[in-house]
Design a protein around this ligand. Structure first.
Ligand SMILES: [Zn+2]
Length: 239
């Protein structure tokens, strides 16, 4: 039996009993943690704010026999403005689900944790369009999880693909295919879309213009990332 405190964010909850919730937490140092929040659905529960999606804070956890119970909570941020915009809420929920699919219990995942908080902050508190934010997240997610896409060279022959040349994207191999090595059914990727991804990965910038919003290859990156996840997603990607 022991008591610990962990900074974490709520990725998911499931109601059980009359007033309880099981929370799926993401801690940067301990990965996924399942923790019971007893009585959190009572109107005056002090765990009320701990048991909502996007709740980021310091969780006091009591551990016994490998099971965790939340005994206290200090809220840091709940990204409240996400609730005011359906698309941004949907995008945020999708990010939570992606992290749940990628992170293991006990895993140190600080880079992904920081990427998540950074993107949620921009979704909630900036007026930047959500499509390029989400696309940029997916590119960085692929990088963090070890399958950064190759955006300059053909994954088959290794030849440099000129910036202005036509190219296709191999979802399985994770990168460009030149005209000679493209296969039936491969999605095309426009020069502007490659430039967007390259810029996102190289500079880490999220200062998008309205024009950039149209160049973000969102559905391509969704397909790419989802093809590399071990667990299927519960939340459908925004379109
Ligand atoms: Zn080639």
């Amino acid at each position: 039996m022991n008591q610990t405190e962990k900074t974490a964010i709520v990725l998911r909850y499931a109601n059980y009993g009359e007033r309880d919730r099981m929370l799926t937490l993401f801690s940067p140092t301990r990965g996924l943690i399942e923790a019971a929040a007893h009585g959190c659905r009572r109107p005056k529960s002090r765990l009320l704010s701990a048991s909502e999606l996007f709740a980021l804070g310091d969780f006091e956890l009591f551990e016994k026999g490998g099971r965790y119970t939340v005994t206290g909570f200090t809220l840091i941020e709940n990204f409240y403005p996400l609730r005011d915009d359906w698309d941004r809420l949907n995008a945020g929920t999708y990010l939570l689900n992606l992290c749940e699919s990628a992170v293991q219990p006990g895993e140190n995942a600080q880079e992904l944790f920081m990427l998540l908080l950074h993107t949620l902050s921009r979704l909630a508190f900036s007026d930047q369009p959500w499509r390029p934010l989400l696309t940029g997240f997916l590119a960085h997610f692929a990088n963090t999880e070890g399958f950064r896409p190759r955006l300059r060279h053909c994954v088959v022959c290794g030849d440099r693909v000129e910036d202005s040349a036509k190219a296709w994207f191999d979802l399985r191999e994770g990168g460009l295919c030149c005209t000679r090595h493209r296969q039936e059914g491969m999605p095309a990727i426009l020069p502007e879309e490659r430039a967007f991804l390259h810029h996102a990965l190289e500079t880490g910038s999220s200062s998008w213009t309205e024009g950039a919003a149209r160049l973000a290859p969102l559905s391509l990156m969704e397909k790419y990332v989802e093809a590399h996840l071990e667990k299927p997603l519960r939340v459908k990607a925004p379109t």
